[in-house]
Design a protein around this ligand. Structure first.
Ligand code: GAR
Length: 202
């Protein structure tokens, strides 16, 4: 698998740790970031995984930017792409290179609270249960077929930080488990509803 990450990379770390264990079911072949300072890149380097920085400012169009990232992943033989705190929406250019093969993790029970600050959205709404979701990526924001969800109870005294920390611990479990289930063939992969090329004119 290839991982795309923009930030601190704790989900990436969970994947790197699992891929480094004896009998691991998957390998992280490259970590790609749009941010040269991302802590995720340090984590990858420390684990001996190749890193690639692809910056938006070096590519005039979103299509070219996505093409460069897709090439970096394809060139290393990635079969699966995991978004691990990658804070940009992938364009059809990227997704068409990895049809039904891109997955994402999000800190809410989707379809509730997509987008930024999902933990804050949950607190502001006043839900009693939130959680995390691993899902296949389509062209929307935090949409696409769900692979796994883990619920997390919201306590009355929770802040964004305390709730976020409890969700994050579940994210790490859910992401590793989801990738392992894909590797074991227990999840249809590439995802059938996303793996067809669109008809001409659509
Ligand atoms: C995670 O909470 C992840 O679910 C979220 O960004 C954080 C990245 O943390 N992603 C999204 O909100 C995607 N819409 P990390 O860099 O420590 O893995």
């Amino acid at each position: 698998m290839a991982a795309l990450a923009s930030g601190r990379g704790t989900n990436l770390q969970a994947l790197l740790d699992a891929s480094g264990r004896a009998g691991a079911l998957f390998e992280v072949v490259v970590v790609i970031s749009d941010k040269p300072q991302a802590q995720a890149l340090e984590r990858a380097a420390k684990a001996g995984v190749e890193t690639v920085v692809v910056q938006k400012k070096e590519h005039p169009t979103r299509g070219q930017f996505d093409e460069a990232m897709a090439l970096a992943a394809k060139g290393r033989g990635a079969q699966l792409v995991c978004l691990a705190g990658f804070m940009r929406v992938l364009s059809p250019t990227f997704l068409s290179r990895f049809r039904g093969r891109v997955i994402n993790i999000h800190p809410s029970l989707l379809p509730s609270f997509p987008g930024l600050d999902a933990q804050r959205q949950a607190l502001e709404y006043g839900v009693k249960v939130t959680g995390c979701t691993v899902h296949f990526v389509d062209e929307g924001v935090d949409t696409g077929p769900v692979i796994m969800q883990i619920p997390v109870e919201v306590a009355p005294e929770d802040t964004e930080e305390t709730l976020g920390a409890r969700i994050l611990a579940r994210e790490h479990m859910a992401y590793v488990k989801s990738v392992e289930m894909i590797a074991e063939g227990r999840i249809p992969f590439p995802h059938p509803s996303l793996s067809q090329a669109p008809e001409r004119g659509q």
